[in-house]
Write a protein that binds this ligand. Structure first.
Ligand code: F6P
Length: 574
């Protein structure tokens, strides 16, 4: 691969960091953690959120070099250009302005010469009014019943962010109180099993469907939308769509063509990337219907607080910048291809799935922003589970197998405190004991000498040894409220942008998802022709042709055995 001229590898800082790896390799975290001044310099705090990155395989010198790299890659300028509404998503010729979605009403954020904040607030006000009317029973279903259940149809960014926030809010006492008697469900997969799960126990009379799609063309979402429309109208009649279906999209023309009154559509804009859209109507509408607008507004305020910090704080104490630089260090210099997201809160169980899309769709790129093939890897393989469940699953590999930098996210005050009398600590404390223990276990490890001193037989010593020196960082949040959920979201959004800015890629396009989509269209076409015209499958390689024929014939046989028809309408329906 040729190198991106003028790119990161040509910077002096990159070369210095490369040679610095040799010095770092000689150091062990157990020694680094003994250096109090170093540790103090690696603990930062902003608006209640504490970041401890003293368990990174890095020294203060490493960070000076990383700041120099940030300077040479013009990080400050790139952040300013993002906030300034420049078309930094150059392959789609769009600005990247999700920060405008949570800006205060009086803020001014210009996009192509126009302040976009007033129109953001116009839609927010419309959502506040609509969600209040639904929640208070002023907006009723076609048979006059209140709409207590919401099904949000969407996929990718039109699903994962809202699901993460919903899951994080549902056990928060203030949110739970306002959600009483209401349900929020998501339908994302085109697999009809997902529809079966979602529809279980729902009644058309009390269900409001929110179709969420930036483009309003995503095949899975539109098929699910038609499925839900059929479900509604088959019982309540075609006119019920007006009361039971609303939409969130940038494409209001297609919303109208689908049969939804534009008055019942909630707009957002091309300058919001799908995976960065949870603060738009994509997340705000379903969440406001479930938890009330005030809670969602708090969530937006939390995100906005991080936006201000990200924009102005010096890099030395800028949480998203520090986190982004840590990731670049681990991926590009220490050669760690993955990152584990380990929240010690069950309420954050959907955080890692959201970060998977946010990070991997943003930074999993093979060329620089100017289209030159990259001579280095970008992005991480993100995965994760809440602690302590993950400990009983994949932590073995993290402790004794591969080196996976870990993000531990802990909460000081549980959403659901519980203490059983006679127990040494509360249930949440027990959880948090693991949060603290795991980070140190990874850093320190356990030596053969320590094991022998404990009387471990020689044959078991190699199996029970831990090398340690495995990097992690810890984020400690005061509580898990709508506000801190918003902060956490924005910290990661900006961290991922920082990584992309340093790597010199476009973190805001996603061309890599297109090829599979168009090939699925080709398969769909052949399936349809085979079934309706008996046309032989063609145009694929031997493998695909053989498997596709096996699928088509297998399904036809199963249905002809049951219904005595081959091929038939039945097959098409199933
Ligand atoms: O699969 C790619 C993608 O374009 C994501 O980036 C996006 O979040 C998702 O599909 C859904 O797109 P839409 O909101 O347009 O339905």
């Amino acid at each position: 691969m040729s190198s991106a001229r003028g790119g990161i590898v040509d910077t002096k800082a990159w070369q210095e960091l490369k040679s610095h790896v040799g010095e770092i390799s000689k150091l062990h975290l157990k020694d680094l953690l003994g250096d109090k001044a170093r540790c103090e310099s690696m603990m930062k705090e902003y608006d209640g959120i504490a970041l401890d990155f003293s368990r990174q395989r890095a020294t203060q010198d490493t960070f000076q070099k990383l700041f120099q790299l940030a300077k040479e890659m013009k990080l400050k300028d790139k952040i300013d250009r993002m906030f300034g509404g420049d078309h930094i998503n150059s392959t789609e010729d769009r600005p990247v302005l999700h920060v405008a979605l949570r800006a205060p009403r009086e803020a001014l954020i210009a996009c192509d010469g126009k302040n976009v904040v007033p129109e953001v607030w116009e839609v927010l006000d419309k959502m506040k009014d609509f969600s209040n009317r639904v929640r208070e029973g002023q907006w009723l279903g076609a048979t006059g019943k209140p709409l207590t259940d919401v099904v949000a149809i969407g996929i990718g960014g039109s699903f994962l962010g809202p699901l993460f926030v919903h899951t994080a809010m549902q056990t928060e006492p203030g949110c739970a109180r306002l959600a009483k008697g209401r349900r929020l469900l998501f339908l994302s997969n085109v697999d009809p099993i997902d529809a079966a799960f979602t529809l279980k126990g729902l009644s058309q009379e009390t269900t409001l469907v929110v179709i969420v799609s930036k483009t309003f063309t995503t095949v899975e979402t539109m098929l699910n939308a038609r499925t839900m429309r059929t479900w509604i109208t088959s019982t309540l009649g075609p006119a019920a769509v007006a009361k039971h279906m609303v939409a969130v999209s940038t494409n209001l023309k297609l919303v109208k063509e689908f049969g939804i009154d534009p008055a019942n559509a909630f707009a957002f804009w091309d300058w919001v990337g799908g995976r960065y859209s949870v603060c738009s109507a994509v997340g705000v509408l379903p969440l406001a219907l479930q938890y009330g607008f005030a809670n969602v507004n708090e969530f937006l305020e939390g995100a906005s607080s991080i936006d201000s910090h990200f924009r102005v704080a010096p890099f030395e104490r800028n949480l998203p910048v520090l986190l982004g630089l840590i990731s670049v260090w681990n991926v590009s210099f220490l050669g760690c291809p993955a990152r584990a997201i380990l929240p010690y809160s069950q309420a954050l169980q959907k955080f890692a799935p959201h970060i998977q899309q946010l990070s991997m769709e943003s930074n999993g790129k093979g060329v620089s922003i100017d289209g030159t093939p990259l001579p280095y890897d970008t992005g991480e393989i993100d995965f994760g589970e809440p602690g302590t469940n993950g400990q009983h699953s994949f932590y073995q590999l993290i402790h004794q197998g591969r080196i996976i930098p870990c993000d531990f996210v802990g909460i000081i005050k549980s959403q659901q405190p519980m203490y059983l009398s006679g127990e040494p600590v509360s249930n949440h404390d027990e959880l948090m004991c693991n949060f603290f223990a795991q980070a140190d276990a990874l850093a320190y490890g356990k030596t053969p000498d320590e094991l022998r001193a404990e009387g471990v037989p020689d044959s078991l010593v190699p199996h029970k040894s831990f090398t340690g020196n495995r990097p992690s960082l810890s984020l400690l949040l005061p509580n898990l409220t709508p506000y801190t959920i918003g902060q956490l979201l924005a910290i990661y959004e900006h961290r991922i942008a920082v990584q992309g800015f340093i790597w010199g890629i476009n973190s805001f396009d996603q061309w890599g998802v297109e090829l599979g989509k168009s090939l699925a269209g080709k398969v769909r076409n052949q399936m349809h022709l085979w079934r309706t015209k008996g046309k032989v499958v063609e145009g694929f390689n031997y493998s695909t042709t053989t498997l596709l024929n096996r699928y088509l014939k297998g399904k036809a046989q199963i249905y002809s055995a049951s219904y005595g028809v081959f091929p038939s309408e039945v097959i098409r329906k199933n």
